[in-house]
Write a protein that binds this ligand. Structure first.
Ligand SMILES: N[C@@H](CCC(=O)N[C@@H](CS)C(=O)NCC(=O)O)C(=O)O
Length: 245
């Protein structure tokens, strides 16, 4: 059985899409990132980056003790290897998939994440003039949709001529095009691909996660709100937790 440390964000949903597609049994361990669960001593042992998703496989490939992995790209490669699905082994295909995996991890995810951060900051009217940051990340995100549009030119899927983890890793972020200051009609190949992937039953199931995790804001006291804000805003390096000694 695989424990999936999860919160319903695009990075979390990459993994649940693959687990559903490959029909791998898993148990969700909720990591409420708004409450700071990602920074507890126990979770940092699994993910020293203090970010979800992460997995623990209690029945790992090759046997032995439970195997833990953080970083969604590494998790997806492991699960594809474990299931023998969605990552062809033939070298041309294998590295076609790999390049899109690394592209997603280094470009699409971080740039779209930063765009969201600066847009929220600007909308909150905090921290002065955000004009340059908005220009920079609006342009980068526009460029990124263009990269996918080129990658999908006359191609049904991003890599290897078949549906793979490359599509699954790029899909959840790509669905968040609204409120990103772009017109999806400029990217017809991405639009067509989004429509097609979005029809897959496993994708539908994984993408539907969310409402059941939402907290009632009225249940969060002002003291708790202040604790969360102090913990989560302007994060810097974590000291080695005393519980680790
Ligand atoms: N590169 C990481 C990124 C993971 C990540 O940024 N996760 C976010 C949610 S989407 C998180 O845990 N955020 C908690 C925080 O910012 O404190 C991956 O792909 O696994």
């Amino acid at each position: 059985m695989i424990d999936l440390y999860f919160w319903p964000t695009p990075n979390g949903k990459k993994i649940s899409i693959l687990l559903e597609e490959a029909a791998i049994p898993y148990k969700i361990k909720a990591i409420n990132i708004g409450r700071g669960d990602q920074l507890t001593a126990d979770f940092l042992k699994i993910s020293p980056n203090g970010r979800m998703p992460a997995i623990v496989d209690h029945d790992p490939i090759g046997g032995g003790s439970p195997l833990t992995i953080f970083e969604s790209g590494a998790i997806m490669e492991y699960l594809a290897e474990k299931s023998g699905k969605f990552w062809p082994k033939e070298p041309h295909k294998k590295y076609d998939v790999a390049q899109w995996m690394y592209w997603q991890m280094a470009n699409q995810g971080p740039k779209m994440g930063e765009q969201g951060h600066f847009r929220r900051t600007a909308n909150a009217g905090k921290n002065g003039d955000q004009a340059y940051a908005l220009l920079r990340f609006d342009n980068e995100v526009h460029r990124i949709y263009g990269v996918m549009n080129l990658g999908l030119h006359k191609k049904k899927y991003l890599a290897a001529g078949e549906y793979t983890i490359a599509d699954m890793i790029c899909y959840p972020w790509a669905t968040t095009w609204q409120n990103r200051n772009l017109d999806l009609n400029e990217f017809p190949n991405v639009k067509r691909w989004l429509d097609e992937i979005g029809e897959r039953p496993a994708v539908k199931k994984a993408m539907a996660a969310g409402p059941e995790y939402r907290e009632d804001p009225a249940s969060v006291t002002p003291d708790e709100q202040a604790r969360r804000s102090k913990l989560l805003t302007h994060q810097r390096a974590q000291a080695v937790p005393k519980e680790w000694s």
